[in-house]
Ligand binder design. Structure first.
Ligand SMILES: [Zn+2]
Length: 401
């Protein structure tokens, strides 16, 4: 039962997102575009019309049998996405169609004793610069584990945060619904709603960058595990007595192929200097330096083998690769593909793998997608915040937020 409700929730959100992006559409157009039955569209739009989120327009669709068009009552609905990193915070304001209206980056010190109040001030200032009446909620993505998305209790070694009830603190200060989630999980929700995962129900999103992470959507639902910690692909043990990982163990995948590890490898053979980093290493590989290319190729091979294990275990329909690290993907891909395909069991060798173009707003966009995917999730993983987002959505549609 819960399964059915969640699927319907995603579809209701998808209808709003589609109309926001494409403008008015008939029920038949929606069924075709979203790949669901006309009967389901009729049922879902009935609910959305009753909630005052959609309206029947006087125009009819051109060509074929005339059909009434449906439009969003309010096309200006937005969500705020916030990405927290140890040394900066990135903000975006995103429309219900997934389009970024504006973005901003600010320096931030996560280990400061005033970190939370600083953060509240920064979020408040960003919201105030836009049209506050249009904002239905704030999504926050961060590197770490979020025990309960609605309450948002955060543990993060990268940020140096232990058991901080960030969601509750932000909700109280901002007087807006707030949903907090792990970065990669947030990105997975965005992939499911707006990205290349949109047509699938079983999606594995893998990010490479400073860390390595994964988010799993199984049968349409994000898998969070016991306490929000599912998807730690970066801490799959790969090499006995390997390099020390920031988790405290040795030889984790991330400690071998994270950007910091690649830079260390390059420094150890004096390929890059002590004050140089991943950009210089990538530039060398781009320019044809064989040693630099070998470092990326080795990373691709290691990731391919580890990911084959994940695909064999989880059986996704599609794997979406993303994260800052994909900027150098041309140097990973050959050895990655060979290692992946040769380590997959025969029945899974055809699993689709796509690389998502990366830009710096992506993490924050993922955070905003948490809010945009939440409105009909009143009993779901966002808890009370889902209901509050929905109430704001209805109020905004009625012009009285
Ligand atoms: Zn580790």
């Amino acid at each position: 039962m819960a399964q059915n409700r969640n699927q319907a929730d995603v579809n209701r959100t998808a209808i709003l997102a589609h109309l926001g992006a494409q403008g008015p559409a008939s029920r038949a157009d929606l069924a075709r575009a979203l790949g669901v039955s006309p009967a389901l569209i009729t049922q879902l739009t009935k609910g959305l019309l009753a909630d005052g989120l959609l309206e029947e327009l006087n125009e009819t669709s051109s060509g074929g049998r005339p059909a009434r068009m449906l439009g969003l009552v309010s096309r200006g609905i937005t969500a705020i996405g916030v990405k927290i990193a140890p040394d900066h915070v990135a903000f975006v304001e995103v429309g219900i169609d997934g389009v970024v209206a504006r973005s901003l980056m600010k320096p931030f010190d996560a280990v400061s004793p005033l970190a939370v109040s600083d953060l509240i001030g920064l979020v408040r200032a960003f919201i105030a610069e836009g049209d506050t009446t249009r904002v239905i909620g704030v999504g926050v993505g961060l590197p770490g584990t979020v025990a309960n998305r609605g309450v948002g209790v955060v543990d993060s070694t990268q940020l140096g945060w232990n058991h901080i009830p960030l969601g509750e603190l932000l909700q109280r200060a901002l007087e807006l619904p707030v949903v907090v989630e792990n970065n990669v999980n947030a990105l997975s929700v965005a992939e499911q709603l707006f990205g290349q995962g949109r047509e699938y129900r079983n999606i594995l999103v893998v990010t490479v960058g400073n860390g390595v992470g994964a988010g799993l959507v199984a049968d349409g639902d994000l898998v969070r595990g016991r306490a929000g910690g599912a998807g730690d692909l970066g801490h799959v043990p790969v090499r006995e007595d390997g390099p020390l990982c920031q988790c405290g163990n040795r030889g984790c995948l991330e400690a071998i192929i994270g950007q910091g590890a690649l830079v260390n490898d390059a420094r150890s053979i004096r390929l890059v200097g002590e004050d140089e980093g991943i950009d210089e290493l990538r530039a060398l590989a781009d320019a044809g330096n064989a040693e630099a290319q070998e470092i990326f190729a080795h990373a691709g091979h290691t990731l391919g083998r580890a990911l084959a294990g994940a695909v064999n275990l989880l059986d996704p329909e599609i794997v979406v690769l993303s994260g800052e690290g994909v900027e150098a993907w041309a140097h990973w891909s050959g050895s990655f593909d060979r290692a992946l395909r040769s380590s997959l069991v025969p029945g899974k060798r055809g699993t689709a793998v796509v690389v998502e173009r990366w830009d710096d707003d992506r993490w924050a966009q993922g955070a905003a997608a948490l809010v945009l995917a939440t409105p009909f999730d009143a009993q779901g993983i966002a808890g009370d915040q889902g209901r509050l987002v929905r109430e704001r959505l209805v109020a905004t549609a009625e012009g009285k937020p």
